[in-house]
Design a protein around this ligand. Structure first.
Ligand SMILES: *Cc1c(COP(=O)(O)O)cnc(C)c1O
Length: 360
């Protein structure tokens, strides 16, 4: 039996290789993973405690409305709880957006070299992907605005974008939002929101509060260090949330995830430490890469795209044999680049030392 149109053109998602797999394949013990933008400090100690406590209750279904978690997150964001929806990771929320709003034949706009999930959602929903060219390494919002037609249903914007680490500014965002018609949904994917330190980063919550057709997605996978538990959320006006609630699986935020997420929200210290570590790691990597004469893209996230002047896949393979896992980027249109997560100080040093050896 044939699948729905479009499904056969999807390639299964290629994640960062798990440490155990590299151990098995290469017989090395001391491996660092800088491949999936995970928090190198691990989860908050408060979250670890909450996980232990919650483990004794996993015979029970979770609260399908995540009452306490939602209320606490609402307070944290200073929005009303009916503006929030949880997902099994923010990937889930992005897919719920597609399942709720995108019909076959609709046009979905996203940028070249954007996070791959927009393409996946678009294809799964049978939409026509309208891919606008990137400008240097970043989304070109003017090109995205120009690409809007009567058939446009959704515009996906990653800010900052993965894998480039680029950010679109407040001015660019305002210019786009001034010309998006209200029947076009704009999704701001802000998975790295908490890492951004630039003052010209746009705050998109006011668009939601003004009743614009906007969904913001964020996650506990990155700075909160809970990628393995799969917790993301969306922020939108209540009418939108209500529609997406009809589509989502009722228990898409599991019992341990709810407990850990609540605890992580309470650990502002862990978030601060993570941010500080990232800023220091970024400064170190900028300098070390410059010394190696390598081009990199300035990043607002917890990862960095590095141009190597030779196939990224080869370099990534060679680094892996030295126990350093990074991601080759050919699939994103950067055949000569890798993306490395900014790790702890010793991990960054090991990455640079290994890279130097591999390139010589
Ligand atoms: C990591 C990432 C996500 C988050 O994925 P989760 O499903 O929440 O783990 C979303 N968008 C971008 C751009 C990302 O890099």
């Amino acid at each position: 039996m044939d699948p729905k149109p479009g499904i056969e053109t999807i390639h299964p998602y290629q994640g960062g290789k798990p440490i155990e797999e590299v151990q098995r394949e290469f017989g090395i013990d001391d491996i660092i993973k800088l491949a999936s933008n995970e928090n190198p400090l691990g989860p908050s100690p408060l979250a670890k405690e909450a996980i232990k406590r919650a483990a004794t209750e996993v015979n029970l279904y979770p609260d399908g409305n995540a009452y306490y978690f939602k209320n606490e997150l609402a307070e944290h964001l200073a929005v009303s709880p009916d503006y929030l929806i949880f997902g099994n990771g923010s990937h889930d929320v992005l897919q719920i957006v597609g399942e709720t709003y995108i019909s076959p034949g609709d046009e979905v706009i996203y940028s070249e070299s954007a996070f791959v999930v927009y393409m996946l959602v678009s294809k799964i929903c049978g939409a026509k992907s309208v891919v606008t060219p990137r400008r240097n390494y970043a989304h070109d919002l003017d090109a995205m605005a120009d690409a809007i037609t009567d058939a446009t249903k959704v515009i996906f914007i990653a800010n900052p974008n993965n894998p480039t680490g680029t950010m679109i500014t407040k001015d660019e965002t305002e210019r786009l939002m001034a010309c998006v018609p209200d029947d076009v949904l704009v999704v701001f994917d802000e998975a790295y929101y908490e890492y951004v330190e630039r003052p010209d980063y746009p705050q998109t919550l006011p668009y939601v509060e003004e009743g614009r057709n906007v969904i913001i997605t964020r996650t506990f996978s990155k700075i909160y260090g809970l990628a393995g538990l799969r917790i993301g959320y969306g922020i939108a006006k209540p009418a939108t949330i209500e529609m997406m609630n009809r589509v989502r699986q009722p228990f898409n935020c599991n019992l341990i995830a709810q407990a850990a997420g609540r605890a992580a929200l309470n650990d502002a210290d862990h978030v601060r430490r993570s941010l500080k570590l990232n800023a220091a790691g970024k400064a170190y990597l900028y300098e070390a890469l410059e010394q190696l004469g390598l081009e990199y893209v300035e990043t607002e996230g917890n990862f960095i795209l590095v141009q190597l002047g030779r196939p990224g896949q080869e370099v990534a393979d060679a680094l892996m044999r030295k126990g350093v896992i990074v991601r080759p980027m050919a699939a994103y249109g950067f055949p000569d680049a890798v993306r490395a997560t900014i790790g702890k100080s010793d991990e960054n040093k090991r990455f640079i030392t290994a890279l130097q050896k591999v390139l010589n």
